[in-house]
Design a binder for this molecule. Structure first.
Ligand SMILES: [Mn+2]
Length: 486
């Protein structure tokens, strides 16, 4: 079966089960991709008249899953927790839609029990049997309690789909007659992919892109990837992509004047030529070597979403991402359900988020600490740790991975850590592995992706943790260089 057929078969089983339970409990991750994925499912269930309850969470934990009714959907998470899902939800119908690698760890005995997942896009597990993780056929899955696990990464898909694009592919067949539908939700799939920094012109993402263009759900134009709004505001609050003008109103005023543009005009009112002019002026004004030097980061295809409450895909992505990080996932979902009554409040959160971020970016430029193989920084604002680390690593301190530590608003005994590095470290640095080992060694836990990882460590172990992670990353880079020489 090819991908589309496999998803269609899985969707057939899922549709049966949704109708049988007549209630769906959704858990999804709190970033733009997780929110968009949950938003797609909410739209589909709403259209089917099926009651549902959605929770947007930073991570999956067993206590959330206890005593929940109905069918359970986990989006943008679950692959790493198959064993826990198994133990907690035996006898239930569960759908996992994820695009994360299972953890490689073999350190603790508990983790050694990790289920060896089949290297397939869709796997169906029997949830009625407690002795072994036996798989089911599509037919058997209809009559037995099943775990329907969808994750193309296991089948070797590298980064051409995200939770939102996968959920959308399933949603395409969650229709009355099982024929293709829900195509108008494609904009949300694109928002999720942009949130996870994925390319749109490959694999599953590309399939969605081309179909939605053809169906008129979206259109494209060339322009700055900074979102819409009055030029001077857009430049003032731009954090990703970050530019050297971000946070400096005087410089922006002069910049706009020098280009002969009307500062009160909106980005969407400017021609492609004017967008290009701004982009090249920004690129030439950049002093540090950074991802903004790369023109594609700043300028390229803009997806215009005809069906959504926010038309510019970058704006919608940033708005729902902020909602999730501020614990306002409900507002993000409301926007995905096209309720524009929530838009003003969401935009206020976005501004608040940007101001916090810009304040800390300015402070980090002065105050960041440096070790042989990492930078590190203690953040003073809540809810921005991961985003701050990402902006610092991609645009400002690009020559080493950046570790941001957060003790603000955490329990007294816990320090949260986010590690990020630029995409040019792919292959030479594995932050997920480094952070997993370093955090375990100091009595914490962590993991993630090779270029974006996070951990929670006991307060007081920060120095030990930093010197460990510095050492591990140093080793990784050394080994990579040695291999490259051979
Ligand atoms: Mn994701």
């Amino acid at each position: 079966m090819d991908f589309d057929e496999e998803i269609r078969a899985a969707a057939g089983v899922i549709l049966d089960k949704i109708r049988k339970h007549n209630f769906v409990r959704i858990f999804s991750h709190y970033d733009a991709d997780g929110l968009a994925a949950a938003g797609i499912m909410c739209n589909v269930l709403f259209r089917m008249g099926i009651p549902f309850h959605t929770s947007i969470v930073p991570k999956l934990s067993p206590h959330m899953l206890h005593e929940e009714d109905g069918m359970i959907f986990l989006c943008d998470m679950g692959t790493a927790h198959i064993n826990m899902i198994w133990e907690t939800l035996g006898g239930r119908d569960v759908v996992v839609i994820d695009h994360h690698e299972p953890p490689v760890s073999s350190i603790s005995a508990h983790e050694q029990q990790h289920l060896e997942l089949p290297r397939k896009v869709v796997s169906l597990f029997d949830m009625e049997r407690s002795s072994s993780h036996s798989t089911l056929t599509y037919d058997d899955a209809r009559t037995r309690s099943a775990l329907i696990h969808i994750n193309p990464v296991l089948a070797g898909d590298d980064d051409t789909s995200c939770a939102a694009s996968l959920t959308y592919m399933v949603a395409r067949y969650l229709t009355e007659d099982g024929k293709k539908g829900n195509i108008d939700l494609a904009g949300l799939a694109i928002v999720g992919a942009l949130g996870d920094y994925q390319e749109m012109n490959r694999g599953i993402n590309n399939l969605i892109l081309e179909e939605s263009l053809k169906e008129g759900v979206i259109s494209t134009r060339k322009g700055l990837k900074l979102g819409d709004g009055v030029i001077k505001d857009v430049l003032l609050y731009a954090t990703d992509p970050y530019t050297e003008l971000t946070g400096y109103p005087d410089r922006i005023e002069k910049f706009i004047q020098d280009l002969g543009l009307d500062a009160q005009k909106k980005m969407s009112e400017l021609s492609e030529e004017e967008h290009r002019k701004i982009a090249s002026a920004l690129l030439s004004s950049h002093t540090s070597s950074s991802d903004t030097k790369n023109e594609n980061t700043l300028f390229g295809t803009i997806y215009i979403l005809h069906e959504e409450v926010v038309k510019n895909s970058y704006d919608l992505m940033r708005i729902i991402d902020t909602c999730g990080r501020f614990g306002k996932g409900g507002i993000g979902i409301a926007l995905c359900l096209r309720d524009n009554g929530m838009l003003d409040e969401a935009l206020r959160y976005l501004r608040k988020f940007q101001v916090k971020l810009i304040t800390e970016l300015k402070r980090a430029r002065e105050d960041i600490h440096e070790m042989s193989d990492i930078y590190y920084f203690y953040v003073r604002e809540r809810g921005i740790t991961g985003t701050l680390a990402g902006v610092l690593a991609r645009y400002i301190f690009t020559d080493k991975p950046v570790i941001v530590l957060n003790r603000i608003g955490k329990p007294d005994d816990e320090t949260k850590v986010s590690a990020r590095c630029g995409s040019h470290f792919k292959g030479s640095v594995d932050l997920a592995r480094a952070i997993e080992i370093a955090s375990k060694n100091v009595g914490g836990f962590g993991g993630g992706h090779p270029t974006a990882a996070g951990a929670s460590i006991p307060a007081g172990t920060e120095d030990e943790f930093l010197s460990l992670i510095n050492q591990i990353i140093g080793e990784q880079r050394k080994q990579f260089l040695q291999k490259a020489v051979k």
